[in-house]
Write a protein that binds this ligand. Sequence first.
Ligand SMILES: [Zn+2]
Length: 120
Amino acid sequence: MSERDAAAEDVPGRSEQEATAATAGPTHVGTGPGPLEGGFDPPASADVFECGYCGRPFAEEDLLALHRGHAHSDQLSEPEQAAFEAAYETETGEMRRFQLKAAGLVVLLYFLLLMVYALV
Ligand SMILES: [Zn+2]
């Protein structure tokens, strides 16, 4: 063991800091059900859309609609269900367009590199 390793182990509170950093991160991502222990603390000036069932804040109304549909699907009212379905359709369409663009870019890059390889 080198002196450097020994010094690193002697730093007091290091493992405690790492443990704190690991638990301080978000405990949940996405719009599904998630605990509030992770702490949502949006700035007071921010416009947030809060979930009427669990109080979780969202930056956009579409994200809130998706959250309601995923996390509280058994408690939704008719307009909330319609909003969820509209947001879901919109997101699915956006994802499809992104996948097509990404696949097109990969094909283009493939042929570009093939031509470079053939000519050089
Ligand atoms: Zn909620």
